[in-house]
Ligand binder design. Structure first.
Ligand code: ATP
Ligand code: MG
Length: 431
């Protein structure tokens, strides 16, 4: 294939085997979200550029250099492929006045776009599951989000994800801190890189989020926001910690935690793992009490988090958690009568709730059975003219050593149920 027809770098095809693992993950995630009473919302992939500039912040990595922005050729508007979901979600909530009905617990999932250097765990089109709670003020909802995430890790069988927690305080506290931090950074001007010098007077807190290893010692020694904290934020943070302790959630307070987006205040957290190398943050979030008002709504406290789907799937893969085969039964058939009966038998098995592949394209029994084996099916249903003549089928378990059995075609579901050869429950007595 010519190179100029290949997929864009950092934007991946997800092939069937992997896509099955994705679907299984999505099933679990949906069940998990519903169990906490969160409801889905779906936003467009494209928004006005202004929305992201206003919410994420002008002087952030995302807005400065990672957005896919283009001009709508029809009306000259500047549009952007969404780099994250919170801004769009809040925009949709305001546009449709959802808060009129009281606080909202919402979720969404789908692709996000950022022009980053592609590497393991970092892509240009990646996927997030986002959770947002709007209209909640107290630390109880912050705790809910954290406990929720812990439950998901358990549901997925992931046991080595640690919680890092911090607080960014009020905007006044951040202003005080900003002044102190700027003085510190000015005193260390020589140690700063080009990006950081540029940000020194526009958004010095961003410097703390720098990925440049050379800056790490300077960042490590920087003054801490925790020391400028306002009374109310401190109380909120302490209340959150006791809620977490009461639910036996382990966490580490990391005063260096700054998120890459400007809308956060008070609680911020990240779930991190050491098993994925440099891209170890699998989930991140916190409070954004000012965002709704900033986007034109009434002052409304809120918080949320987003998970990186690719990173969680990489973690599942690394742990050897495999998705089950998508097929229970593979139906092989040969001869005119058999081939007329086979589709009907396949339908009967599907009525019983089984996942059935009907062989298409002919071939010998031997080659068909090879395909049955390769499909991952647990059972082959075999129909030759001999069986068809008698209105019967042969049923052959493919994954255990047991003899093949022959029954009337209509009784195949009953047989599969009695023999328990399929891992999936077999429902009888349906149309
Ligand atoms: P990072 O520090 O890794 O760049 P971020 O602070 O930019 O992350 P958020 O905007 O908070 O990330 O997004 C939430 C989660 O989405 C991240 O914790 C990560 O799991 C995932 N994520 C972010 N950017 C990417 C990307 N380019 N490719 C894959 N996953 C990503
Ligand atoms: Mg980033």
């Amino acid at each position: 294939m010519s190179a100029n027809l290949q997929a864009i770098r950092g934007m991946n095809d997800i092939l069937p085997e992997e896509a099955l693992a994705w679907e299984r993950f999505e099933d679990t995630v949906r069940e998990w979200l519903h169990s906490y009473g969160y409801r889905p919302i779906r936003m467009p992939l494209v928004e006005r550029t202004e929305l992201f500039v206003r919410s994420i912040g002008e002087v952030t990595d995302i807005v400065e250099k990672e957005m896919y922005t283009f001009t709508d050729a029809l009306n000259g508007e500047s549009l952007t492929l969404r780099p994250e979901g919170t801004a769009s979600c809040v925009r949709a909530v305001l546009e449709h006045n959802l808060l009129y009905h009281g606080p909202q617990r919402l979720y969404y999932s789908g692709p996000m776009f950022r022009h980053e250097r592609p590497q393991k765990g970092r892509y240009r089109q990646f996927h997030q599951v986002g959770v947002e709670a709007l209209g909640f003020e107290g630390p109880d909802i912050d705790a809910e989000h954290i406990v929720m995430a812990r439950r998901l890790w358990r549901m997925l069988g992931l046991d080595d994800i640690q919680l890092e927690l911090s607080t960014l305080g009020s905007s006044e506290a951040r202003a005080r801190y900003r002044a102190r931090l700027t003085r510190y950074l000015e005193a260390n001007l020589d140690a700063l890189d080009e990006d950081s010098r540029r940000r020194l007077h526009t958004n010095p807190l961003r410097i703390l989020d720098s990925k440049n290893p050379a800056l790490q010692p300077l960042i490590e020694e920087a003054p801490r926001l925790m020391d400028d904290l306002d009374e109310a934020s401190l109380k909120h943070f302490e209340a959150l910690q006791s809620l977490l302790r009461a639910q036996k959630v382990e966490f580490r307070i990391n005063p260096r935690l700054v998120r890459g987006l400007d809308y956060y205040n008070r609680t911020v957290f990240e779930w991190v793992t050491t098993r994925l190398g440099a891209q170890g943050t699998v989930c991140a979030g916190g409070r954004y009490d000012g965002l709704v008002e900033q986007l034109g709504g009434k002052p409304t406290p809120a918080c949320g988090f987003a998970m990186g789907v690719e990173r969680l799937l990489a973690l599942l893969k690394e742990k050897g958690v495999e998705a089950p085969a998508p097929v229970d039964v593979y139906v092989v058939h040969q001869g005119e009568r058999a081939s007329a009966l086979a589709p009907q038998v396949a339908e009967t098995l599907r009525d019983a709730g089984l996942r059935v592949v009907l062989h298409c394209g002919g071939g010998s029994f031997k080659s068909q059975l090879k395909k049955a084996d390769a499909s991952g099916a647990q059972v082959a249903v075999i129909i030759g003219d001999d069986e068809a003549q008698a209105g019967e089928v042969s049923v052959k378990p493919l994954r255990i050593a047991a003899a093949q059995l022959r029954v009337r075609a209509a009784e195949a579901p009953q047989l599969l149920r009695d023999q328990a050869w399929c891992s999936r429950p077999v429902a009888l007595g349906q149309a």
